[in-house]
Design a protein around this ligand. Sequence first.
Ligand code: GLY
Ligand code: MN
Ligand code: MN
Length: 428
Amino acid sequence: MKPIVIDPGLFIQNRARLAQLLPAKALAILNANDIMPTNADGTMGHLQNADLFYLTGIHQEETILVLAPQAYDAKHREILFLRKPNELLTTWEGHKLSQEEATRISGIQNVQWLENFPVIFRQLMCEMEHVFLNTNEHYRAMSEVGSRDSRFIRQCQERYPLHHYHRLARLLYELRVLKAPAEVDMIRQACDLTGRGFRRILQFVKPGVNECEIEAEFAHEFIRHRGCFAYPPIIAAGANNCILHYNQNDQPCRKGQLVLLDVAAGYGNFMSDLTRTIPVSGRFTKRQKQVYEAVLRVFRGVVKAMTPGKTIFDLRQETEELTTGECLRLGLLTPDEVRKQDPNQPAVRKYFMHGVSHPIGLDVHDVLYVTQKIQAGWVLTCEPAIYIKEEGFGVRLENTIALTEKGPVDLMASIPIEADEIEALMNA
Ligand code: GLY
Ligand code: MN
Ligand code: MN
């Protein structure tokens, strides 16, 4: 992830919003993510903890943030702890943040070296009663590995067993799901970069190209503009496009097939999410176009239905109802099958078996509690699909949508989605 300059006002505001949710005599501590090992002496590189980034804008490893908004000593109310640069670090790893640079990025005035953490932390613990610690509570996360935060929780509770401990995630998820205008602007920039990549490959895809060559074209466009893949890309031609998490991306694309592209850019820590399904030879067959148009109608219906007060499960149910209608028209379901269906397992799930929407922001599947109701300020994806294994193809379409007071705004409105426009661009 290449850092992009962001106004520190965003991080100052995010900390102020969190401070309002903390009770009296409380402190919150967040740790950077570990550098994850691979094999031998390999690593996966450093990806900052999104919660820490949300509150500081700092990318650097080993960073710790301590917030104690009501601390007696004003200097203790916000403290950032950083690795102290030294000659050896500079020689091997390059530049590390100075205290002044960290203040410029985060707006935090008190930046300390990590060696001072134990003493200052002890002073604060002696003053405070409530301790908010960070955990990953994403409802789909099933991680079996520890983290700097999880190790810190154990140490802290061992050393200070009589404090009141709380889940910081509960507060942060409430905050992070509501995007500030500056965040929406960053997501929009990620969407624009995704659009550049997609337009590039429309000129590139033709019979005989391999899925991995399409991946390389996207990578070229994203990286040269300081972006990255927001998630491992799915480039699935022919029957592979019915495999939901296909990411082998190494098969040839053949004449007459559709290729599904679930590929999008991340930019400056903010993500976008796009799916398009395009004809390898530049023209949809009649049947492919029928299915494509059906999914596009569902897409438009669901975007319109993204109104405040619903949960993402409500949206899924509405999508299933719209998709059922389309599957009846396409001859995939019979009225009798629909009449007799188990409401908990509607017949349409044979052709559309995943959720239709998730929040997006610093994470692709951004944090939320699933019972939260959508509202203006959220950014969501809309991703309906119809997969017809027996016909050897599926169609999924996906855009990134901002919810505003005036209704949903498609941040990918300028990325071609009409079948005719895609054909025209592929044959230009
Ligand atoms: N690209 C991941 C998703 O669509 O949810
Ligand atoms: Mn998605
Ligand atoms: Mn996607």
